[in-house]
Design a protein. Sequence first.
Length: 276
Amino acid sequence: MKTNCKHKFSIKSVMSNPPSESSQSQSSTKQKTSSNQLPLLLGAGFFGLVGIGLLASVWNLMGDNKASQTTTTEVVTSAPEASRPPATPEEHQQLVTQVVNDLERDVLVGDSPTLGNPDADVVLLEFSDFQCPYCARATGHIEEFTSEYGDDVLFVFKNFPLTNIHPEALPAAQAAWAAGQQDQFWPYHDALFESQAVLGERLYVDLARELGLDMDQFNRDRASEDAMKAVARDLALASELQLSSTPTFVMNDVLIPGAVPAEFFAEALERIQATQ
């Protein structure tokens, strides 16, 4: 059972040159930053208590998909240098725990769109691609989960466009960010996934008009450097976590790959809360 989009891809010059498939062969200069430069902690480090058990559950759920090829990410911004993800789920979980525990909660959440309780002890990050069919499937699972557990969780949306296989992922992310500047991110987000088969310029404009957005501001915002920076920040975090597929979730410091059912998120939440 496939639960995510997974493919080798390269994002070149995110700040000034939107990526395209033709840019993949170009060389780039990558600048390292270390997660330990950012102080304070999020979560209590659940790898030993929670992560292994959940990893076993999710990889059993995903079945043969766990053998899918890994990928690399190149981001020319202030993003850390990405490398091939760890060889095993257990090693990847250890890395995610280390990175999350090195970062402030405010850094992890940033200016990203959120749902749920902003003061919740549990933060659920989703790294998503608007053109990924598994991400579209995951929206229903997340809606079901947050409708029941919204008081216990802060849900945070992060962009992770796989531009090598999804040419509309980045333009869609920029359009959604622009809608968010007029407080319409979530309706725009939902509409993009509902109309995933026809992603493109006409859809982006039509959706903005249907939501009553100021069109001049919308077009200016989605073409802005700030829009590119917002996506680049999400990509930098994904790179630091060495993520390689969409959707990927991180609940506090527990790695959850794939469009798993709402019940799995509930199980993860219960295990995390039991350790707090």
